[in-house]
Write a protein that binds this ligand. Structure first.
Ligand code: NAD
Length: 354
């Protein structure tokens, strides 16, 4: 298991250090894990004048998986756009052809009170949003702002999906569902958009290859409503880029704690980039108070999706669960009656539980 480790900026190095401890514990158990570090984001700019130095992209390409912390910081806000930390992230996703973005929204029963919804609606919630990441209106051409004959300016973008793009992400969706509760809800706007009509047609076609999986379709406006009405009805939600962008943020907030949510972005061969959903949190960087669990749970996803080691994934998830059951909490998920601990102590407790 050759893993590129890219801590990045802000709390990135602190949380990645905890996830690395988990990987090192697994290595001392006999797993053949090789870790190599490189710079990305502001750290890449500081080290090499580029948010994605060539050496980092090359390392990522040669690795089986990438573990990333987060990028961004106030000190980089005045740089020209191509030099900004976020460009490093966009470029590495593109450079590795990561088209399938997996964002689970899980609520551990111990943390159900942290949600903005009633605890009984979210306790035990476990849904997976699968968002297509490299197509749709975010990348479609033509786009721009033009001036009409009457002198008025008009902005325009193009929503585009080719059959092959829909098919490959649909396959990922059904394969994930096979490892879960075998339900896929495909989200579109087929009552209005031609792109969505093709999306629905192709997803229905791909579903025929997965007879064990139950497929349903839902319009995106209804999906947005159902996510806050009865989120536990979903297993895997399969969406295009723009709908997935919005729904995955909505779903992540159901859990109430951004510090708990991992993510994976996969290519056609299950090579993946694994990172927490949150950013670099410059407001709390260097204080040893950031929650490292999203990053540790990203390692669990890495074991599941890139290395096909469901056993290890579950072992890591069980260790996190056990740590929460012991009552340990970082500041972001702290409530009365639990024990507040720092980033390091939380990482050490997960390793001990492992
Ligand atoms: P953020 O996710 O960094 O922080 C939002 C809030 O959540 C902050 O109050 C922060 O302290 C808190 N928070 C985030 N992660 C936490 C954790 N693990 N434990 C405890 N609290 C946590 O979002 P932001 O403040 O909008 O952005 C800060 C920087 O991060 C910006 O430069 C932004 O561009 C960048 N960013 C990067 C990524 C990424 O690397 N994938 C994603 C989003 C934002």
């Amino acid at each position: 298991m050759k893993i590129a480790v890219l801590p990045g900026d802000g709390i990135g190095p602190e949380i990645v250090a905890q996830a690395s401890k988990v990987l090192e514990a697994l290595r001392s158990d006999g797993l053949k894990i090789e870790l190599e570090h490189a710079h990305i984001g502001g750290a890449g700019y500081d080290a090499a004048g580029d948010p994605l130095p060539d050496a980092t992209l090359n390392l990522a390409k040669q690795s089986d998986a990438v573990l990333l912390g987060a990028v961004g910081g106030y000190q980089y806000d005045t740089l020209a756009r191509p030099l900004r930390p976020e460009q490093g992230l966009l470029r590495i996703r593109k450079g590795l052809s990561l088209f399938a973005n997996l964002r689970p929204a899980m609520v551990y029963p111990e943390l159900a009170n942290a949600s903005s919804l009633k605890p009984e609606l979210v306790a035990g919630l476990d849904i997976m949003i699968l968002r297509e990441l490299t197509g749709d209106i975010y990348f479609g051409q033509p786009r721009g702002v033009r001036t009409l004959d009457n002198g008025e300016r008009q902005g325009f973008d193009t929503m585009l999906y080719s059959e092959s793009e829909i098919r490959r992400v649909a396959h990922v969706g059904f394969q994930i569902a096979m490892k879960r509760n075998k339900k896929v809800c495909s989200v579109d706007k087929a009552n209005v958009l031609d792109t969505s009509m093709l999306w629905r047609e192709i997803v229905t076609e791909v579903a025929k290859e997965y007879s064990a999986v139950e497929l349903s379709h839902m319009y995106v406006d209804n999906a947005a409503m159902q996510l806050v009405r009865a989120p536990k009805q979903f297993d895997v939600m399969l969406t295009g880029n723009i709908f997935g962008d919005i729904l995955s943020d909505e779903a992540s907030m159901l859990t109430g704690s951004i510090g708990m949510l991992p993510s994976a972005s996969l290519d056609a061969n299950n090579k993946g980039l694994y990172e927490p959903c949150h950013g670099s949190a410059p407001d709390i960087a260097g204080k040893n108070i950031a929650n490292p669990l999203a990053t540790i749970l990203s390692v669990a996803m890495m074991m599941r999706y890139t290395f096909a080691r469901e056993d290890i994934a579950q072992r890591i998830e069980a260790a996190v669960r056990k740590t929460l059951q012991r009552g340990l909490r970082t500041a972001d998920i702290f409530e009365a009656g639990t024990q507040k601990v720092g980033t390091d102590a939380m990482g050490a407790a997960v390793v001990a539980a492992l």
